[in-house]
Write a protein that binds this ligand. Structure first.
Ligand SMILES: Cc1cc2nc3c(=O)[nH]c(=O)nc-3n(C[C@H](O)[C@H](O)[C@H](O)COP(=O)(O)OP(=O)(O)OC[C@H]3O[C@@H](n4cnc5c(N)ncnc54)[C@H](O)[C@@H]3O)c2cc1C
Length: 442
């Protein structure tokens, strides 16, 4: 037996004066290889192995300065993710389906009211709060955060910023209670990056209604949402307008996009609008052209930057735990220098990205955040997240591509974070234009 060769015979001799050695060896013959190695280390080193530190991605304790309410929300989301989402997420991810049974449980947390007031104004610490919710959700599952971000961010903000008082009164309370689920339809099959300039979906005034024609692609939650905010260009004025299109409206069809390799638990729809008539009362009355759409996106881009932090943090913690317990060549792989290099690199990414997002959120809540600030955070956290999840996956060896080990889902989901809410290239151009004063947009 290989482990016997490693035993310190002097230590064994000392031990034999205190214990019944034949009985001990009999017990040892029934032990697993791992336990035997542990015993061997105890005999050689004298004394039990030390408890290893618990993985904690908040290395600088940056989240230690939160208010009691912010801490409570973090704890509540962490509990929800562990109890409700973690046990089912791999199954639903594999099935390409959103677990709608989560809605009543999510409703109990009352998370939207931590961010928004009933009238659609934001709480003083709304962006920090949204960030913490996103962080804790993405630590375990990015799809859950995306469901929330689309409903409580994109769709809610569209009505809060672009709706009349009557529209806010009709929709916001139901949205706060998750009794009505919203979606946000901006991107088109011909392109997302150019949509501000080349929007092909049209609206035409016809009496007291509008007629919508066109297609929208990638629209999260739209397969089961109660309404989708559709952005369309007015054929007469050229202005961008927003509409609340209710599920079941004639001429409005949603097909679920199949075969994604990321965020499979999010249901993304391809929407067709064919002479779809929407009453003028469902046109978002306060939309001021593309400016309002851009304002919504600016708010939610900070949230997507937080997705990169949460996803990276979750992957790092999984990788560290694995490195502490997985053994090769008789030692935990975490004791190898090259694996420690991976872990430290990951931790540096997570720590920097977390600092960036906390600062960005404080700026947003103080009314100081500009487009380029949100864009830089999204560029940096998505890129650092991509690097982190790749190193984490690598730390798991072959197990890193199995869903059951957790890290594979983070690895795949990061690809979506990288590309939505402005691809990294587009957000880079936004920052580049701000710092040079020269636009590189074509
Ligand atoms: C999982 C998922 C969920 C989504 N959810 C929603 C949603 O709920 N609602 C919604 O409206 N949209 C949604 N989107 C769409 C998303 O916002 C778009 O995918 C994104 O804006 C990019 O558009 P595109 O995919 O058409 O890529 P394209 O615009 O075709 O870009 C392709 C490539 O060209 C690059 N590129 C384009 N223009 C330039 C340029 N000027 N200079 C340099 N490089 C350039 C891009 O960076 C990218 O690398 C979602 C997308 C995904 C993947």
């Amino acid at each position: 037996m290989e482990w016997l060769a490693q035993l310190d015979l002097e230590a064994l001799g000392r031990l034999s004066q205190k214990v019944d050695l034949p009985a001990l060896l009999g017990a040892a013959s029934r032990m697993s290889d791992g336990d035997l190695r542990q015993l061997s280390r105890m005999l050689a080193g004298g004394g039990p192995t030390r408890a290893l530190p618990e993985p904690n991605g908040d290395f600088y304790g940056q989240l230690g300065d939160l208010t009691p309410e912010q801490q409570a929300v973090r704890t509540a989301v962490r509990g929800f993710m562990a109890a409700q989402v973690a046990p089912i997420m791999n199954d639903y991810w594999s099935r390409d389906e959103f677990p709608r049974q989560l809605l009543p449980e999510l409703r109990k947390l009352d998370l939207l009211r931590r961010v928004w007031n009933e009238d659609g104004t934001r709480k003083p610490d709304a962006t920090v709060m949204e960030g913490l919710i996103t962080l804790e959700a993405c630590r375990v599952d990015v799809s859950t955060a995306v469901f929330f971000g689309v409903h409580a961010g994109l769709a809610f903000a569209s009505i809060a910023l672009g709706g009349s008082d009557a529209q806010k009164a009709e929709w916001l309370p139901k949205m706060l209670d998750l009794e009505a689920v919203g979606a946000f339809g901006l991107t088109e099959p011909e392109g997302g990056s150019q949509v501000s300039q080349g929007m092909r979906t049209t609206c035409r005034r016809d009496g007291d209604a509008w007629v919508l024609n066109g297609e929208k692609k990638w629209i999260g939650n739209s397969t089961f949402s109660d309404f989708t905010v559709i952005w369309a260009r007015d054929v007469d004025s050229g202005e961008v307008r927003g509409f609340i299109v209710r599920a079941g409206t004639p001429g409005y069809r949603v097909r679920k996009i199949e075969g994604k390799i990321a965020l499979r638990m999010v249901e993304n729809g391809q929407i067709t609008l064919e002479d779809c008539r929407v009453p003028d009362s469902d046109r978002l009355q306060e939309v001021r052209g593309w400016r309002t759409t851009a304002e919504v996106l600016r708010l939610t881009r900070a949230g997507v930057a937080w997705q990169g932090v949460g996803c990276a943090l979750g992957a790092y913690e999984l990788a560290l735990k694995y490195a502490q317990t997985r053994e090769q060549f008789g030692k935990p792989i975490g004791s190898f220098q090259l694996i420690q290099n991976h872990l430290v690199h990951m931790l540096g990414n997570v720590t920097g990205a977390l600092a960036l997002c906390l600062r960005l959120s404080h700026m947003a809540d103080a009314g100081q955040m500009r487009d380029e600030h949100a864009a830089l955070a999204k560029v940096v956290t998505a890129a650092r997240c991509r690097e982190t999840v790749a190193l984490a996956r690598e730390t798991f060896g072959g197990n890193g591509i199995l869903l059951e080990y957790g890290v594979a889902k983070h690895f795949a989901d990061t690809e979506a974070i990288y590309s939505y809410e402005g691809t990294n290239e587009i957000n880079t151009l936004v920052v580049g234009r701000a710092i040079t004063g020269l636009s590189a947009f074509v």
